[in-house]
Each structure stands twice: as C-alpha cells, then as structure tokens.
Design a protein around this ligand. Sequence first.
Ligand SMILES: [Zn+2]
Length: 337
Amino acid sequence: MAARGAFGLLKHGRLALRPLRRGIRIVQHLACYRVPGERRRCPACASPAIDHLEPLVSGRSSFRFGFISGCRRCGLLFANPLPDDSDLETVYSPGGEWGRHRQEEQEKQVSAGRLDALFAPIRGELRVLQPPADASVLDFGCGLGGMLDAFAAAGWRTYGIDPATKLAFSRHRELTVPPAEAVFDLAILHHVLEHVTAPLSILRDLAAAVRPGGFLLVSVPNIDDLPEHGDVKYCLRSEVHVLAYTSDCLAWLLAVAGFRVVSDARAPGNPRKRVVLGRRENVPLSGPPTPLRSGRAVLARYSATHAASSHARPRWLPVRVRAAYADLKRAEWRIQR
Ligand SMILES: [Zn+2]
C-alpha cells in the first residue's frame, strides 16, 4: 500500500514536472533565440553595426525564422541568415535551380528602343545605339545574353560573365572574372546585386575594369517604393533576392567602389524596379552616412499600409522575441517531443 502510494506520488510528480519543463524550454527559446548561420556583420561593408528590423521566414534552411537585418553604416537591408556556399552552389551552378530555370526560359529579346530607354538619362554623354569605335561592354551576370545581343547589334564588342549558364557564349566573349585593367567603356549589373552575398567586392572589381569616365548600369528591385507597389517578396526574401538597397545605400556603396551616381530612377514602365547609372570616377566620401534611416522608414511605411502578418505583431516586442515566437509556433511539434 505504502509502495503504491509512493509510486502514485512519483507518477503524479513526473506528470506535474512535464508542463513545467516544457514551460522552461519555451522561456529559454524566447530568451536565447539564435538562428543557425546568423550574420553578425554586414555582407556589404563588414560593419558589426547590425540591427534586426523584422522577422523573416527562412525557406531554404527550412522551418526557421530569421530576420530582415539592416546595417547602420551602409544602410543595406539583408535576409539574415544569408544562403551559405552550398545553398548558392545548389541554386547558381550550371546544373542548379537557377541555371536550369534560365536554360528552360525562352530567350528574352532586348529591343534597341529598350536599350536606348535604359540609358536615356545619360544620352548626352553616351549614345548606346551609336557607340564610339571599339567600344566594349561587360555584362556581369549576363544570363542568356539578351542584353548583350542588343549591344552587339548596335556595334559594341560584347563580353559576359555567368556561372549559371553558358548559352550566351556562342555569341559573346566569356570571362570568368572582371579584368584588373580598366578596359571597358561600360559594365552592366542587371538584376545581380540582389542575389549575391558580397556586393562591394563585385562593385570594386567592376570599378577596376571600367575606364575612368566610363559607366556602370545597376538595376535592382525598388525597395524605396515598397509601400507603393507592395511586393515585399520581390524586394527581399531568404532564398533568392537576399539583399535590398535603398537609393542612399546604393549611392554610398557605388561611391566607395569608385562610381558617382549620375541617374537613379524607376525602371521605364515598372515601379518594382530601379535603374541606377554611375560614372567611373573617384568620389570623395563625406564621412559615414546614416542611410539605415531610409530602410527603417520604408519598412515602417510598408507595415503601416499593408496588413501585417501574424509574426510581425505585436510590434512593441523586440524583433528577436517575435522571431523566436514565430519559430516556436512553426516548430511546435519539436518542443512537444
Ligand atoms: Zn554595411
């Protein structure tokens, strides 16, 4: 009888401990949440001055919540954690998801009129449809070569770099990296910088490859107008478009690399995209800016004008706790084990 009573107490005690233990694990999860691979430095300027601005679900490393993080030094917004090297290899190698997607795509023709419109703001300095003799262009991330085709038709010598597909290189010269000599009149970064994890080194490499007075075209998703167009997944997500640049941020990174912004506007006919033109010259830097103000303002205006998802609320809680709670809800089955 005594033994049975002791057994009952023991059993009851274990049952009572179970919710207590679960509660402790939940509190620990909320208080100490860290995401595997979480970045502590800015992927562009390497500053440790990182703020977490919103929770962001991470698709590739499945079942985790990370952050939209921002850099107080250069203003970059980025998915945190970023894809690691094996993720990038999976997506961008020739047999990877991106390469297969590109090779299955129909080749997109770029008309002379579209090419002319992209460079309209600097028509007085560069007539893309009537280039100088021996003018050469490098398209970094040229894909299937649609834009290079338009340049070649206008009389440019055309060079491309693309690790994901080789289909452009039956018609255009292939490089694996930008040359260290300043030989190009123009470089193109057409929807590349949102995909990469070290943008400043690419900008510096292209600054070395473009002759003084030459030009760089950068097109990126337009996060400055996110509250107006509302396409947050196009601007920033954890898998493909992993970095987002406000105008302030991009201008500063271009200046650090050696390009002065001469035009920054919405893409013709598409408010989700922005086209920036830079001229190769050494730009004096006027001290560190505070461009994260723009990124914060854009995200706050977006949240105010669009229905916030449940993991974005309540906004008065620290972002890390909101991410931890969202992660807990997604992974609740794990806690129960
Ligand atoms: Zn930075």
